[in-house]
Write a protein that binds this ligand. Structure first.
Ligand code: FAD
Ligand code: AMP
Length: 475
């Protein structure tokens, strides 16, 4: 017997599960299909983000940050604690517990909101029908007035360098090492490569990161990436730019990597574990029947308009499987917007104010355009920067490094971008997203009272600095 729903969501990552819950809140009859199986082999909701992405990586980053503080900076506070050790299985076990708690939480939320959950693989057929292939091989066809495709993304493989899950790994493998690799190689100095490189470096791995591009963190404002590169170098992350990996072979318990550097010289590197983190691609394989009516773009993403409508009326697509930044919160916002549009309400996502965060030490966060992007577009700007070195709270935390940079239009003073590197900037960026959403000027930020002593004073001072009137530094 086939079932019919108001809304059927394929994928229960942060895009899909949020869409399902919001649609159910709006009184719609909703089902969500997800195929992910957790480490225990049981269905686990939450997608890449909760299971093998945002959350587990942050759990390991936090554990190793604590360890690193104990071994490196506790002594500055006068604290000594004998010879510290790290028990990797305990650290990974703590991470798994957090993942289980959160994925189980989504199942509870589905129940509370009466979202019907199907554990299996969904395939969009014609006529807004979806075939579900359950994990035991059984199939069922269900239909809906609206289908939301939220299939997420998968890691890109470099041709000839297949993941083996043990020595050459993707994010899944790098989150689950049972011991600290002595030599850890990373291909790709993007967000995932830097975060996972930091985790294992803090526990003592020799980390080498090979990046094809000549510029470091090219998506960041140059003032920010320069500070970050300096700090990473101090930590011992060996980041080699302009290096293209040509081959990697597992040889016994090692991986032998061949790469060419920026001037074309060939090099060899031997590591114990190799993470390939060269980006992710939309996961549309097997998602669409030939006659589904939904089209893909040239990058293999599901083609959508600004409201996440696909080429087929009543079929929507959100999250990593469509254009825009591959970030959990961007997908969740799209999920809410689509659910509200389906329910006849207004819904929209402003891709220009999606914040970015890299959770290394120091953290990096930004919203809006970089100074270079604005200058290249011929937009006149004024900027104000303020260092955490002059912020009392940062000194008290022993993390007085990095800066905040506010970029405003030179004539209208509207804030066009805010870029930060330093302590807890993942939290500080929220204020700037609000400011940009409300079309604030740098003068608005400068006239808002910020608590003392807090890290947020750096945002305040940087905004004052746009008009050359920062108080705690010479302008
Ligand atoms: P996903 O989370 O990928 O979920 C898609 C779900 O759909 C999966 O469960 C998948 O199994 C299921 N699925 C796919 N096809 C089908 C099908 N045909 N039938 C049934 N089920 C299907 N983003 C951040 O914002 N902050 C971070 O700190 C961050 N850290 C990250 C760290 C790592 C190591 C990685 C890998 C990613 C990180 N990301 C981070 C990115 C973030 O995880 C993704 O942007 C986010 O998960 C995308 O959400 P989604 O719902 O679109 O897709
Ligand atoms: P992200 O998209 O943030 O995950 O970053 C992926 C990074 O990998 C980018 O900085 C790319 O330039 C880099 N990259 C892509 N392909 C290669 C390659 N073959 N060798 C080294 N780096 C690469």
């Amino acid at each position: 017997m086939s079932s019919h729903f108001d809304v059927l969501v394929i994928g229960a990552g942060p895009a899909g599960y949020v869409a399902a819950i919001r649609a159910a809140q709006l009184g719609l009859n909703v089902a969500c299909i997800d195929e992910f199986l957790g480490k225990d082999g049981k269905p686990a909701l939450g997608g890449t983000c909760l299971n093998v992405g945002c959350i587990p990586s942050k759990a390991l980053l936090e554990s190793t940050k604590q360890f690193h503080a104990l071994t490196h900076s506790f002594k500055d506070h006068g604290i000594s604690a004998g010879e510290p050790t790290m028990d990797v299985p305990t650290m990974v076990g703590r991470k798994d517990k957090i993942v289980k708690q959160l994925t189980g939480g989504i199942a509870t939320l589905f129940k509370a909101n009466k979202v019907k959950s199907f554990a299996g693989r969904g395939k969009l057929l014609s006529g807004k029908r979806v075939e579900i292939r359950f994990h035991d091989g059984a199939t069922e066809v269900v239909s809906a007035n609206h289908v939301i495709l939220a299939a997420g993304s998968v890691p890109i493989q470099i041709p000839g360098i297949p993941f083996d899950g043990t020595h050459i790994v993707d994010n899944v493998g790098a989150l689950d090492f049972t011991a600290v690799p002595r030599r850890f190689g990373v291909i790709g100095a993007g967000v995932i490569g830097l975060e996972m490189g930091s985790v294992w470096r803090r526990l003592g791995s020799e980390v080498t990161i090979l990046e094809a591009l000549p510029d470091f963190l090219a998506a960041c404002d140059a003032d920010i990436s320069r500070v970050a590169a300096r700090e990473y170098k101090k930590q011992g992350l060996d980041i080699k730019l302009g290096c293209k990996v040509t081959a990697a072979k597992v040889n016994g318990d090692e991986v032998q990597i061949s790469y060419t550097d920026a001037v074309g010289t060939e090099h060899q590197l031997t590591v114990d574990k190799l993470l390939v983190s060269v980006g992710r691609r939309a996961y549309t394989q097997g998602l669409l029947a030939e006659d589904s009516g939904v089209t893909l773009n040239s990058r293999g993403q599901i083609e959508v308009d600004e409201h996440c409508r696909t080429s087929l009326e009543g079929v929507w697509a959100i999250g990593d499987c469509v254009r825009g930044p591959m970030l959990a919160h961007k997908g969740s916002e799209e999920g809410i917007a689509v659910a509200e549009l389906i329910a006849g309400k207004a819904g929209h996502v402003n891709l220009d104010t999606v914040p970015w965060v890299i959770y290394t030490e120091p953290e990096i966060a930004w919203v809006g355009k970089t100074e270079k992007e604005l200058k290249d577009a011929g937009i006149p700007v004024r900027t104000g920067s303020f260092p955490f070195a002059a912020i009392g709270r940062a000194m008290a935390m022993n993390e007085a490094y990095g800066q905040v940079k506010v970029i405003a239009h030179a004539e209208t003073d509207r804030v066009l971008g805010v870029h930060m590197v330093g302590p807890m900037v993942s939290e500080l960026i929220a204020e700037c997203v609000v400011a940009m959403e409300f079309q604030a000027s740098s003068e608005d930020l400068a006239r808002i009272c910020h608590a003392h002593p807090t890290l947020s004073e750096a945002v305040h001072e940087a905004a004052l600095g746009v008009d050359k009137r920062a108080i705690h530094r010479a302008n």
